[in-house]
Design a protein. Structure first.
Length: 281
């Protein structure tokens, strides 16, 4: 790959900073939290994760969409969330501190919901802002050329994940930080090159994605947004969980990191060349 050398040079500079301890403080995450009323705002994190992985932050039942002037498109398939099945206690149960009339969860039932993009009709607040933000992401054309959907989701608490890559299908972002975007994009490149572990969340996958994301941004000139401090903190954490030295792990995975970065950059260059040829034809 012709851009491998550029990726390697940037990666070496980042690794030297890691070794010397000259990385800045991690940037603060800018979480996506819309001030807009939608049912998902009160859902459990598990249910919000389910709809995020299906490419949306706003999912509702068929009739709920009709109530806001939108209609589910013909042929769309629902995804399912888990809703508690609640009944009223008929009598006191002192052993469980339950009084007659109290609400009791007896289990969970699957409820079909549809995402915003599966509907059409009246526009909703922030719909156009989301589209503009996604369109502005660097290298977004690469993800789209790979057939990946890109979506945003509300992420109000720091305990929730900043982003997700659903293998071969989509990237979902809960923050506006570019470092999270490129982390997930490198996951996608690593997957397409078939170099990653088949176990999502494995140490090597995460180190490649985090270091690769920082290298990718710095290759593009985003030296602050690459967030070296955050990258090192993340890599150190995932390596220490496996009782591994972060510098040693990064060094061992350097070829794979550079291959992913070069692959993404060359894909972008190829798309740009195609666009130029089409414009001048």
């Amino acid at each position: 790959m012709k851009l491998y050398g550029k990726a390697e040079a940037v990666a070496q500079r980042i690794l030297e900073a890691f070794e010397q301890g000259t990385v800045p403080k991690a940037l603060a995450y800018m979480f996506i939290h819309r001030e807009v009323e939608c049912p998902t705002a009160s859902w459990s994190w598990r249910n919000r994760l389910l709809v995020a992985l299906n490419g949306t932050y706003d999912a509702r039942g068929y009739r709920q969409w009709q109530e806001v002037g939108r209609q589910v498109k013909k042929g769309e398939k629902a995804c399912h969330i888990l809703a508690p099945k609640v009944i009223k206690a008929k009598e006191d149960d002192e052993a469980r501190s339950i009084r007659a009339g109290d609400s009791i969860v007896t289990g969970f039932v699957a409820v079909p919901v549809f995402g915003l993009t599966q509907t059409e009709g009246e526009p909703l607040p922030h719909e156009h802002q989301d589209t503009a933000f996604i369109d502005s992401l660097p290298l977004v054309e690469v993800a789209r050329a790979w057939g990946l959907d890109i979506s945003l989701y509300n992420n109000a608490r720091e305990v929730e994940k900043a982003g997700f890559y659903r293998r071969g299908r989509r990237i979902a972002l809960g923050v506006t930080n570019l470092a999270t975007w490129t982390h997930e994009l490198v996951h996608a490149g690593d997957h397409r090159l078939e170099m990653n572990s088949q176990k999502p969340g494995s140490m090597d996958n995460e180190v490649v994605a985090e270091l690769g994301g920082a290298v990718l941004l710095e290759c593009l000139g985003y030296e602050i947004e690459s967030d070296r401090g955050g990258a090192y903190a993340y890599i150190r954490k995932v390596c220490e969980e496996e009782k591994q030295n972060p510098i040693s792990v990064c060094s061992a995975l350097l070829d794979r990191v550079c291959a992913c970065v070069a692959f993404i950059l060359e894909t972008a260059q190829g798309l740009a060349d195609q666009g130029h040829q089409a414009a001048t034809a």
